[in-house]
Design a protein around this ligand. Structure first.
Ligand code: NAP
Length: 288
């Protein structure tokens, strides 16, 4: 008798564009694992509870969770990992015989490409543009892995962001200072600059891009690491400006692969064949 194929999927809204099926189905094929990864578009937050109850009944092996449901799923899970609990946001769910555990692999995925710079980040000021779920994961990663002196959070609505940080119950080891994105001068003194907004995404609004992200040669320099969470295009306007200024650059593709690698191990117990998956993924993005 052949073994049944286990189902994995991405919970999100309008996420047909996602590269996660390509990443995970490629990894499973290369390792000969009987899993199939698909996309579950869920229209409304009120449907999340039913979706997760159905997943238990159907024995779906696990999920990724993305915008806008990373926080919505939390009350409907049986357990949270320490990382997911720390920011009350889940990007990976494991179904262990009806028990759903929420994890957050964005934190380790974000940290992975910065680990070679670890010592040079310790005790320095770092900055993040945006204050959504991805920014919270970056704050947590900086605190867990890099011990910076201070985290500057550049946002367009400081009041809203302050309440988000308070709500998230952060046990902030490095102080987080919220700065209006209209005053980006402090960028000069930052060792790392992270874009955790969708600005720069292919097909996005170029005006909004000019309004917040520092493409200015006055602010970027060779002592910085510039990290754009946006991965399509691979070379965003921010990364192009950073490279011209002599800064080290990190593409969001590294975080995408890093978080996927950790999720894959949680579901399958196996190591993802990262080099082969990266090659295929880059080919796919470059063909678009
Ligand atoms: P989110 O929760 O919706 O947060 C987005 C943040 O960006 C908010 O703070 C929002 O500000 C800000 N923002 C959006 N448009 C803006 C604009 N035009 N000007 C200024 N600020 C703007 O989204 P998220 O989950 O944090 O994700 C953020 C980005 O990171 C997305 O592009 C996502 O695809 C990417 N991401 C990549 C990876 C990866 O693996 N590479 C992983 C996670 C996320 P307001 O609150 O004022 O609206």
């Amino acid at each position: 008798m052949t073994k049944a194929t286990k189902i994995l999927g991405l919970i999100g809204r309008a996420v047909d564009y996602s590269y996660s099926p390509l990443i995970h189905n490629t990894a499973c094929r290369l390792l000969g694992l009987r899993y199939h990864y698909t996309v579950f578009n869920i229209a409304e937050p009120c449907m999340i509870e039913d979706a997760l109850r159905g997943a238990k009944a159907l024995g779906i092996a696990g999920f990724n969770v993305t915008i806008p449901y990373k926080k919505t799923v939390v009350p409907f899970l049986d357990e949270l990992s320490m990382e997911a609990a720390s920011i009350q946001a889940v990007n990976t769910i494991v179904n262990d015989r009806g028990k759903l555990t929420g994890h957050n692999t964005d934190i380790a995925g974000f940290a992975s490409p910065l680990l070679p710079y670890r010592e040079s980040i310790r005790g320095k000021t770092v900055s993040i543009f945006g204050a959504g779920g991805a920014a919270l994961a970056a704050i947590e990663a900086f605190n867990r892995f890099f011990a910076p002196k201070e985290i500057l959070l550049f946002v367009r609505d400081p009041e809203k962001s302050q309440s988000l940080l308070e709500d998230s119950g952060h046990d902030n080891r490095a102080p987080v200072t919220i700065v209006h994105s209209g005053a980006p001068e402090k960028i000069r003194e930052c060792r790392v600059i992270v874009n955790a907004t969708p600005i720069g995404t292919r097909g996005g609004q170029s005006d909004a891009q000019r309004s917040i992200i520092p493409l200015d040669r006055e602010l970027l320099h060779s002592g910085q690491i510039v990290y754009d969470m946006v991965y399509n295009p691979l070379e965003t306007p921010l990364l192009q400006a950073a490279a011209q200024a002599g800064a080290a650059t990190v593409s969001g593709i590294e975080m995408l692969i890093g978080q996927a690698e950790h999720s894959f191990t949680l579901w399958t117990g196996m190591q993802m064949p990262v080099a082969a998956v990266r090659e295929l993924l880059l080919q796919e993005i470059q063909q678009q």
